[in-house]
Design a protein around this ligand. Structure first.
Ligand code: ZN
Length: 168
């Protein structure tokens, strides 16, 4: 079987991001791949799990370790739709994955474009191969759409509260 491309796997990660969106979580999806096979998947679940660490990447890494019965996820590639935050970047380096592929860069919370050396500082013992910008437009469009909807919902809620206050 032919080895699937980074784009192929990023499309799968986008499907997982969509699951997060349906659950009203920030739409980020991640999956861990080894030898052309999915080892584990994750999507943001911080709100539903009441867990600030339940980012898509952390969930995929934890499940990946359980699936491989190894805390070192050697020879795996992690695909994630959004540039990882500082917490996830630390976990990624400690997991010793071989390669990280992400879609959209995110200046607000993304750790990699902000601190180019963060992966080196997280651990001097392991170097992760990095690919960025895979399906970047699709990945960032999903986030922009989500945040725009959320802003509109907040605006509507404020208007509603203002009106109902006047009625009272
Ligand atoms: Zn994160």
């Amino acid at each position: 079987m032919a080895t699937h491309s980074d784009q192929y796997w990023m499309y799968q990660a986008l499907q997982l991001a969509f699951k997060a969106q349906k659950e009203c979580e920030v739409p980020v999806g991640a999956l861990l791949v080894m030898d052309n096979e999915v080892i584990s998947i994750g999507w943001n679940r911080s709100i539903s799990c009441h867990d600030p660490t339940a980012h898509a990447e952390i969930i995929a890494l934890r499940q990946g370790g359980a699936a491989l019965k190894n805390y070192r996820l050697l020879n795996t590639t992690l695909y994630v739709t959004l540039e990882p935050c500082i917490m996830c970047t630390g976990a990624i380096v400690h997991s010793r994955i071989r390669k990280l592929v992400y879609g959209a860069t995110y200046k607000k919370t993304g750790a990699i474009s902000l601190l180019t050396d963060i992966m080196r500082y997280a651990s001097p013992y392991h170097k992760v191969e990095l690919v960025s910008g895979v399906l970047a437009n699709k990945c960032s469009a999903m986030l922009h759409h989500f945040f725009r909807l959320r802003r509109e919902q907040k605006k509507k809620l404020k208007q509603f509260l203002r009106i109902s206050h006047k009625i009272d």
